[in-house]
Design a protein around this ligand. Structure first.
Ligand code: SF4
Length: 395
C-alpha cells in the first residue's frame, strides 16, 4: 500500500471519484477546496454570478505556466488550474484571475448599512453609516473567526450578488451612507474590486474604509491608501506563536502595515480582540502598547474588544470586562491617549466606550455601544479646551 501523501490534485480527484461533496465538507472543516484540472474561462459555477472574471493585479509569471501572487505576504505560487490559499485567486493558463470581482456575498442587496462605530472606527465621521460589503475568502485562518461562514468559504459556496463598483456607490447613496466599508471577510483578497470601488467613491464624494487583518504587501497597500478615508487593522496578538498557531500568518507583516499607514498619513485605528488564556497576558499587551506609542504615536486609537465563544474556540469563556479594563489601563499607562473597550454592554455606556479629550480630560463623545448620546467636538476641536482631536471629522 502506498502511504505517501497524495497531491492536492490527487486528493480532490479521489474525493470526486468517491462522490464526496467537497464544498460543504470543506466549509465545515476548513479544508482547502482547490479546483482541479485546467479551468476554462468563465466556467465557474458561481451562484448569482453575473459579473466578469477580472485579471488580478500584483502577480508575476513563473516557469511551466505557474504564477506567483504578490498581493499578500503568503506569496502563493500557483500552478495552472489551481488557486492560492485564499481560494479566490486562480491561475488560468498562466494568468491570475480574481473570482469575486463585483460579486459580494453580504447583506440583502450585496451589502448593508452599518453604524461606523460597529467597525469599530470611533474617530472617523462619528454617527454616520457605512455601506458594508464582503466577498468570500480570506488569507488567514483564525480559529476564532466570527464570520467563518464567508471568510473560510469559496465563492461557489456563498450566495453572491452582481454588484459592480458603480452599484456599490449607488447603494451607499440609496442607504444614506457616508462611506463604504470593505469588511466582514478580508478585503485584501478582493483587492481589485475594493480598489476600483474606493476610487469611484472618491470621485463621487463617498469615502471608503478598509476593515482588515493588515496581512497585505506594501505596494498594494500603498496604492490603495490614495483612495481610502480610513483603515481599521486587527492586531490579533503581539506574539509570533499566536500568529503562527491561531491565525496562520506572522506578526511582523502586520506591524509593517501599521507603520506603512502611519507613514502614508492614512487615518487608522487598531482593534485587539482579547481572548482568555491565549492573548490576555498583560506583559505582552504592555509591550505591544509601548511599540505603538514609539512607532505609531500616542494618538492612535486602540480598541480592546471582548471575545465570545465561536467557530473553533467554543471551549473558551467570554472575556470579562475586568480584563478589558486592565488592558485599557495598561495602554494608557504606556502613554496611549485614546483607548477603548468594546463588546461590553453596559447601561448608559461604559466609560471606555466614550472619547475623552487628551488635553483637558473632558468627555467629548459619549457613546453607548454603537449609539452616540452626545458630542462636544466642533470642526475637529474639543469644545471645552479647543485642542485638535486626531481623526477625520469632516467629509
Ligand atoms: S492574496 Fe491569496 S493567492 Fe495571493 S498570496 Fe495571498 S493567499 Fe496567496
Amino acid at each position: 500500500m502506498d502511504h505517501s501523501t497524495p497531491s492536492r490534485r490527487e486528493f480532490l480527484k479521489a474525493c470526486t471519484a468517491a462522490g464526496i461533496a467537497m464544498p460543504g465538507i470543506a466549509a465545515a472543516a476548513g479544508i482547502c477546496t482547490a479546483r482541479t484540472g485546467e479551468a476554462a474561462e468563465n466556467d465557474l459555477p458561481l451562484r448569482g454570478r453575473a459579473g466578469k472574471i477580472v485579471e488580478a493585479r500584483y502577480y508575476t509569471p513563473l516557469d511551466a505556466g505557474r504564477i506567483k501572487c504578490m498581493l499578500c505576504p503568503h506569496g502563493c505560487e500557483v500552478a495552472p488550474g489551481e488557486r492560492g490559499d485564499c481560494g479566490v485567486r486562480e491561475n488560468r493558463g498562466g494568468t491570475c484571475y480574481t473570482l469575486v470581482y463585483g460579486n459580494p456575498c453580504s447583506g440583502y442587496d450585496g451589502g448593508m448599512p452599518d453604524p461606523i462605530e460597529k467597525k469599530p472606527l470611533f474617530h472617523f465621521l462619528p454617527g454616520t453609516k457605512a455601506y458594508s460589503i464582503a466577498c468570500a475568502g480570506c488569507n488567514v485562518r483564525c480559529l476564532f473567526c466570527q464570520n467563518w461562514q464567508i471568510s473560510q468559504a469559496r465563492p461557489e459556496q456563498t450566495h453572491n450578488f452582481d454588484l459592480p463598483p458603480a452599484g456599490v456607490v449607488a447603494n451607499a447613496r440609496k442607504h444614506e451612507c457616508r462611506s463604504i466599508a470593505f469588511t466582514y471577510s478580508e478585503p485584501t483578497v478582493f483587492y481589485e474590486y475594493m480598489y476600483d470601488t474606493a476610487k469611484l467613491g472618491v470621485e463621487q464624494n463617498i469615502r471608503s474604509v478598509m476593515i482588515s487583518n493588515g496581512y497585505i504587501s506594501a505596494a498594494p497597500m500603498q496604492a490603495l491608501c490614495e483612495h481610502l478615508g480610513a483603515v481599521k487593522i486587527d492586531l490579533k496578538a503581539y506574539t509570533d506563536e499566536f500568529y503562527s498557531k491561531i491565525v496562520g500568518g506572522s506578526l511582523r507583516h502586520v506591524l509593517n502595515t501599521l507603520k506603512l499607514l502611519k507613514e502614508a498619513g492614512t487615518w487608522f485605528e487598531i482593534v485587539y480582540l482579547v481572548i482568555p488564556t491565549l492573548n490576555d497576558n498583560m506583559p505582552d499587551i504592555r509591550s505591544m502598547c509601548k511599540w505603538m506609542a514609539d512607532e505609531l504615536g500616542a494618538m492612535v486609537p486602540l480598541h480592546f474588544t471582548a471575545f465570545y465563544p465561536t467557530y473553533k474556540l467554543q471551549n473558551l469563556p467570554r472575556t470579562p470586562a475586568a480584563t478589558l479594563e486592565a488592558a485599557r489601563n495598561t495602554a494608557m499607562a504606556e502613554g496611549l491617549k485614546y483607548v477603548y473597550v468594546g463588546n461590553v454592554w453596559t447601561r448608559g455606556g461604559h466609560d471606555g466606550e466614550s472619547t475623552w479629550c487628551h488635553n483637558c480630560g473632558k468627555r467629548i463623545i459619549h457613546r453607548s455601544g454603537y449609539r452616540i448620546i452626545n458630542t462636544h467636538i466642533t470642526n475637529g476641536a474639543c469644545e471645552y479646551c479647543g485642542a485638535q482631536i486626531p481623526g477625520v471629522w469632516k467629509e
